[in-house]
Design a protein around this ligand. Structure first.
Ligand SMILES: [Zn+2]
Length: 129
């Protein structure tokens, strides 16, 4: 049931530095557009829905639902890549951790858990809620 693995450190970009700084403090940020009101993932300064530059960081709830996933059984330890649809709307590519890869996971409620990386800020992953 080992589904966690060593994760390389992210390389923050000026557009995402605030995200990683927040992650170090246990906060999960996404972007929201002030023009159309939608949230989006991955974080970017221009809204992907209406092209407005009026976007800002907002703290997400960390709650979501598994949309789909794939188990990498060739890796040691085995790990699970998943699309999680956040309670705020966006669907993000992430990892499921501390989950049984032999158990059906689509549609399951999950919650955010930051997973440490090799010398960098932690990355957002999810586990069953
Ligand atoms: Zn917008």
């Amino acid at each position: 049931m080992a589904t966690t693995r060593s994760i390389p450190a992210p390389h923050p970009h000026p557009d995402t530095q605030a995200f990683w700084d927040a992650a170090v403090n246990g906060k999960f940020l996404i972007r929201r557009c002030d023009a159309c009101g939608k949230t989006h993932w991955y974080p970017r300064p221009i809204c992907p829905f209406c092209a407005s530059p009026a976007t800002q960081w907002v703290e997400a709830s960390g709650r979501g639902t598994v949309y789909s996933y794939s188990v990498n059984r060739h890796a040691d330890p085995v790990y699970i890549i998943a699309y999680v649809t956040l309670a705020e709307g966006p669907t993000m590519l992430t990892n499921l951790v501390d989950c049984n890869p032999d158990e059906p996971l689509i549609g399951r409620a999950v919650k955010l858990v930051f997973t440490p990386t090799d010398g960098g800020p932690p990355v957002p992953t999810f586990t069953l809620a």
